[in-house]
Design a protein around this ligand. Structure first.
Ligand code: FUC
Length: 345
């Protein structure tokens, strides 16, 4: 069931909070400002419901500033594009730049700071946003639709579609920070499995060098589930030191909609599986969260309090021929599907 509550007006548009509740009693809240998931409540092994995603209590906090990109949809291009430049159909494009000379997460005003149109169809919330030609200097007017659903099996299904009137590039993701221990401690003891043999190391500016590096024998090997904290501060590994922990894109094994990751938290028994049709996934351990950040439910966050698992195409794909395709041709439909499935053991 989805109920809708009016919150405020922002730049002449109405902002709502949509409250999802399923038959198992699990809940999710989403606002049409930034298409942000503001809250996810899931049971532990004793049936106790608690907050498993980082966020703020009030929607107004997100409108004021969401510096860590809690819960939002990122677009048009998730992660970084080197120098904010790319070439498509022999035309050189210069995008806006908002992190030094590079573009991060869509530029100055990304999709996470836009107001989306919302409509509810049964148990699905459909959020749409029309991104005009030239927005953040991207080519093409793109019609975006993001659908959010919370099933009775405790799956959060996010499906994305986009259609452009000109050839362009696109890479959408959701930037939720998960913490299966009720968002009450750092994520070092969370156990992680990622089905990937390779990751994409970066330079100091977090732009992939183009190398696909095998995870074997490195701190990046999560092919067998193990605690995130085990090697997170292996600073002799240059990649760990650049990312201040993990801030890296994995080259996911397989293709099509498949299981790519699993997180387990032993004290609560909570488990989250990730399924996606995307070729890559950014694994980020949230060192950027400011100490003493006041989050929802009066939780106080510190650095390393969340895990982002952001299915996507690899960062800077527009400038790397051997990286997955991120070009959306005129009239074609972009389709991304990602599922976060919760359970307790
Ligand atoms: C992730 C990271 C970035 C950035 C951002 C807020 O996607 O890859 O480095 O800090 O989130």
């Amino acid at each position: 069931m989805i109920s809708k509550k009016y919150i405020t007006e922002h730049k002449n548009k109405e902002i709502y909070l949509y409250h999802f509740k399923n038959e198992s009693g699990s809940e999710m809240k989403v606002t049409n400002y930034g298409a942000i998931i503001t809250s996810i409540k899931m049971p532990d092994r004793d049936g106790f419901f608690d907050e498993v995603s980082l966020g703020y209590e009030d929607v107004s906090s997100y409108i004021k500033d969401n510096p860590f990109y809690f819960g939002c949809i990122i677009g048009r291009y998730a992660n970084r594009i080197k120098n904010g430049r790319f070439t498509l159909n022999n035309i050189n494009y210069q995008l806006t730049t908002n992190e030094g000379k590079n573009q991060l997460h869509g530029g100055h005003i990304g999709f996470h700071q836009r107001t989306w149109e919302g409509r509810v169809e049964e148990d699905v919330l459909i959020l749409s946003y029309l991104s005009p030609d030239g927005e953040e200097l991207y080519p093409g007017t793109v019609q975006i639709e993001v659908k959010y659903q919370l099933t009775n099996e405790n799956e959060i299904i996010i499906s994305y579609e986009g259609v452009s009137d000109k050839d362009t590039i696109i890479n959408l993701t959701n930037h939720s920070y998960f913490n299966l221990n009720g968002s009450k401690s750092a994520i070092f003891d969370h156990e992680l499995f990622i089905d990937a043999d390779y990751f994409t190391p970066t330079d100091e500016e977090l732009i992939p060098t183009g190398e696909l590096r095998h995870v074997e024998g490195t701190a990046f090997d999560f092919r067998e589930s193990r605690k995130i904290g085990e090697r997170i501060f292996d600073f002799e590994d240059e990649a760990i030191s650049i990312g201040n922990g993990y801030d890296h894109n994995y080259v996911l094994n397989g293709s099509g909609l498949r299981k790519v990751a699993e997180v387990n938290e032993q004290t609560t028994g909570r488990c989250m599986e990730v399924f996606t049709n995307q070729p890559g996934m950014q694994f980020f351990t949230a060192h950027i969260i400011h100490p003493n950040t006041i989050g929802s439910n009066n939780n106080i966050y510190e650095p390393y309090y969340g895990i982002c698992l952001e299915p996507q195409v690899h960062p800077d794909s527009p400038n790397k021929d051997h990286f997955p395709n991120c070009v959306l041709r005129r009239g074609e439909t972009y389709h991304n599907e990602t599922i976060y499935k919760f359970s307790a053991k």
